[in-house]
Write a new protein. Structure first.
Length: 873
């Protein structure tokens, strides 16, 4: 029975403050919770508390007196208290077992240390509580533990007193003055190394910053710390938001279900997004660390100070915070390249989600399992909507609206409607039509046609929008689409298509599509001009435009908007690759698009010197996953082969540049720096090495040399990945050498597992089975499970969709293994089945069989939710 938005009702009690005592012990931790409670609803209302997976339940006192059995109802997941007074103190006592907790939700052990994960519904696994985001409380926490096992004891807020209890045990107290919902609660305890620093806020407050990591890893937290300080400064400069406690702590843990968590004053991170150095982390890792450290820090205002009334509002904090972290990264690095990467991610994950059985609106009105709502739609599309809103209403109104939101809703748990209030006030009109975006699943398709009148000399652009039906939503309304659009005349002059006036201005190019059809009259000199639409990807839509290949190639050289330049090449590549893939699938020999290959090579070389990061993007073809969505029936092997042929042609075209780049990388003796410019050079080198791998083992020896010469993990991984595409003995040799060198570094070994699991050959399935048996494989470590099973099912379309169905069966087996340990993890892996209806009928039948078997197995609620939605027609 799903939870429905329309059923929302305020909680009938307030808990202004709570104090908790934890007697920490891996086997059995005692938790005593004392809440001050005030009735806010009607006098007859009972108090329903969530609570589950407890070892034992002890005393239950109201105003110091044990509650009568008649006044209390307990089942597996709730406790109901009846006949309560208007104001009272409620004290509960329970015992939980952190070491038995493999779900990694609630209080658990990771690497022998205590840690928690409470969002969304983990706090109910720690104590009885109304575990919903609109119940906010001031928390005081006392932690007691063995002094050897856990010399460091952390919780939210500011530290209070600490000291010895006995020779073996000690305590530490924490107080968080900011009322918060239970999902932001955290505690950590263990023996850590610390990387420490300070930050002075804009009004002069000193904040002590600490990052707690495994013993010996402190130096590897330097980049995360640097990112944190830049994020704190950036939020002051750009959004005027200041930090609000005396300390800010980050703890890195090895076993974590997601990327990281924004607990107030005590962020907890998957160690993959904290630890980095030149030897062990790639530029991609550094970039992810900066982005996620920023993301969690920015949540302090968008999520913590102002939180969500209920989980239907998840995008209120996630979409907005992703938007903020994207802007942060854009300011720290290259804005155009950041935009391109954001769009690649959106298309790869969110467009796919929107087109399949798991499609849902950015703000859904129902859910079966809240864990499964942490999706690309809520996060990535949610961020695009904020960006589109900003384009729609303009920078000033956007700023005014944000400020009003921060002022008015600080300290509350609120809704999307409240968020829009400030923007509506700033623009002076109602934005309810824009909010339709939040209620409708599916990606709008905008078709752009040039229409010429028969009897007059007039011409116009006809822009139509359409959204296909999605599960449970057949009728779709038009949405306001702020489309950045401009025109270029024959000689490359940029003009406003309606006025015909020359323009160079980026801000005057927004066309607003309010209705299903919008006609845009073209000025006489714009009638034959080249129209470039959705510049900078101003709206999360698909564009269908009647341009010739020659016109698109022209855009590659004339456009001044970097995204649009890249997009013109991508659109051509998409079409060419799909065409080739269809021919391959039907047994024909495809033609390689020579003109396109030449243009792509030229565009790459033209930008390589000045902006290698952008050049690398120009050289990178659309992913198999993205093309998979456009082919019916989808044939990943044919798509891969089409890509291989184009990559081989690019290799021939760029041979000199490729070898020059490899030689330069070898000759480079400079110190490693993770900065954007250096990373950009390395990314172009990686794109070049990739091309070298497109012709089997032809260049395997040279790539192996690059692997051997590599002085940092970025170059190492680029070569290793390329070798994985070549196959052969050099690949095998590299795999062994890598393992021998990095065996004792778990995060590096994750990369080793993942490269092998994504190698798109027919042996992949057997290899993945072997990797699952590897002595370093660990079913309880989500990073490791993802590096094999996740990499295979989500990153190896060719093998996962193998005609034998063995890929599907393998994932089915993995799910049966993982699910009893960790339902959130198995549900996430199961989403790789979301596109099963796109493959041919034979494969569909095989996938369906596996899904049906899973449906009949006893799986967790999270897993069942995905399986049944995937199967629903
Ligand atoms: N709020 C966290 C973040 O975006 C993610 C929490 C994920 N929780 C979940 N149940 N999926 O930073
Ligand atoms: Zn977040």
């Amino acid at each position: 029975q799903p939870v429905l938005l329309k059923d929302y009702e305020p909680y009938p009690f307030a808990i202004p403050s709570v104090s908790m005592t934890f007697q920490l012990d891996p086997k059995e931790t005692r938790v005593v919770t004392k809440m001050k409670v005030e009735r806010t609803g009607a006098a007859h209302e009972n108090m329903v508390l969530n609570g589950e997976a407890f070892e034992r339940v002890g005393a239950m006192l109201v105003n110091g007196k044990q509650v009568d059995d008649d006044d209390m109802l307990k089942d597996d997941t709730t406790l109901t208290l009846m006949n309560l007074p208007h104001e009272f103190e409620l004290e509960t006592e329970i015992w939980i077992s952190p070491e038995k907790n493999t779900e990694l939700s609630g209080l658990y052990m990771s690497g022998g240390r205590f840690c928690t994960q409470c969002e969304s519904e983990g706090f109910r696994r720690i104590t009885y509580w109304p575990d919903r985001p609109d119940v906010m409380s001031v928390f005081s926490v006392r932690l007691e533990a063995d002094v050897k096992l856990a010399p460091t004891l952390l919780s939210n807020g500011n530290p209070g007193i600490a000291g010895a209890i006995s020779e073996e045990r000690h305590f530490a107290e924490w107080h968080d003055p900011h009322p918060k919902p239970s999902y932001l609660f955290a505690l950590c305890g263990g023996d850590y190394d610390v990387f420490a620093d300070q930050f002075t806020t804009m009004s002069g407050n000193e904040v002590q910053l600490s990052i707690f990591v495994d013993k010996g890893d402190a130096e590897r937290a330097a980049y995360a710390m640097d990112s944190l300080k830049r994020a704190m400064k950036w939020d002051e400069d750009v959004f005027g938001r200041e930090y609000d406690l005396d300390v800010f702590n980050i703890v890195a843990v090895r076993d974590f279900n997601f990327g990281a968590m924004e607990n107030k004053g005590l962020n907890i991170f998957n160690s993959a997004y904290v630890l980095a150095d030149a030897d062990t982390a790639t530029d991609g890792d550094f970039e992810a660390i900066e982005s996620i450290v920023g993301h969690e820090y920015f949540h302090n205002w968008t999520g913590n100070r102002i939180t969500c009334r209920d989980w239907f509002q998840l995008c209120l904090k996630e979409g907005l915070t992703v938007f903020r972290d994207q802007e942060f990264s854009a300011d720290m690095r290259s804005r155009p390249v950041q935009r391109i990467k954001d769009v690649i991610r959106l298309r790869g994950r969110q467009f796919a989600e929107d087109a399949g059985p798991l499609a849902h609106p950015v703000r859904p009105d129902r859910y079966g399992s809240i864990d499964n709502l942490y999706t690309a739609t809520v996060y990535e599309k949610g961020a695009e909507l904020i960006r589109a809103l900003k384009t729609y209403i303009g920078e000033d109104a956007f700023k005014e609206g944000m400020d009003l939101y921060f002022d008015k809703y600080d300290g509350t748990a609120t809704t999307i409607e409240a968020f829009y209030e400030g923007f509506e006030k700033a623009v002076g009109f109602d934005l309810s039509r824009f909010r339709t975006w939040y209620a409708q699943a599916g990606t709008p398709v905008v078709t752009i046609e040039r229409v010429t009148s028969q009897d007059s000399n007039e011409a116009w652009l006809k822009l139509t929008q359409k959204i296909d039906p999605t599960p449970g939503q057949t009728e779709k309304k038009p949405v306001p689409i702020p489309l950045r659009l401009t025109a270029f005349t024959e000689d490359g002059t940029q003009i406003n298509p309606e006025t015909g006036e020359p323009c160079a201005d980026h801000d005057s190019d927004v066309v607003l599509l309010m209705d299903q059809e919008t006609d845009l009259a073209l000025a006489p000199n714009a009638q034959n001009a080249l129209v470039s639409a959705n510049r900078n990807f101003s709206a999360p839509v698909k564009i269908q435009q009647d341009l010739t290949d020659a016109e698109r190639l022209k855009l590659v050289t004339t456009e001044t908007d970097s995204f649009a330049k890249w997009e013109a090449l991508q659109t051509l590549s998409r079409a060419a690759l799909l065409d080739m893939a269809k021919q391959i699938a039907s047994g024909a020999t495809p033609n390689v698009p020579t003109a396109l290959v030449k243009a792509q090579a030229e565009a790459t070389l033209a930008t390589a010197g000045e902006d290698p990061a952008f050049a690398a993007q120009l050289l990178t073809l659309p992913g198999v996953g993205e093309l998979f969505m456009e082919m019916t029936p989808a044939d990943p092997a044919a798509i891969y082969e089409a890509k291989r042929l184009v990559r081989a042609a690019l290799q021939a075209e760029l041979k000199d540049a490729i070898f020059a780049s490899l030689d330069a990388a070898k000759a480079d003796t400079g110190e490693f720096s993770p900065d954007a410019a250096s990373a950009g050079r390395r990314s172009l080198n990686a794109a070049y090495i990739d091309l070298l791998s497109a012709t089997g083992t032809d260049h395997a020896e040279r790539i192996y040399q690059a692997f051997d010469d590599a002085k940092n993990m970025t170059d190492t991984m680029a070569a290793l990945r390329a070798l994985s595409y070549c196959g052969g003995t050099y690949y095998d040799q590299a795999v062994s050498a890598f393992e021998a060198k990095w065996k004792s570094s778990p995060l590096v070994m994750d990369k080793w597992f993942s490269v092998q699991s994504t190698r798109p050959d027919h042996d992949a399935i057997e290899r993945v089975k072997t990797l699952l048996e590897h002595e370093d494989f660990d079913w309880k470590n989500p990073n490791r499970v993802r590096s094999v099973a996740g990499a295979f099912a989500m990153g190896n379309h060719v093998a996962f969709h193998d005609a034998s169905g063995d890929g599907y069966a393998l994932l089915g087996d993995v799910i049966r293994k993982v699910d009893p340990l960790n339902g959130a993890l198995s549900a996430r892996l199961l989403t790789s089945f979301e596109q099963w209806r796109r493959v041919d009928e034979k494969r569909q039948a095989l996938a369906k069989q596996v899904l049906t078997e899973l449906q009949n197995a006893k799986l967790s609620k999270n897993a069942m939710d995905i399986v049944s939605r995937a199967l629903a027609s």
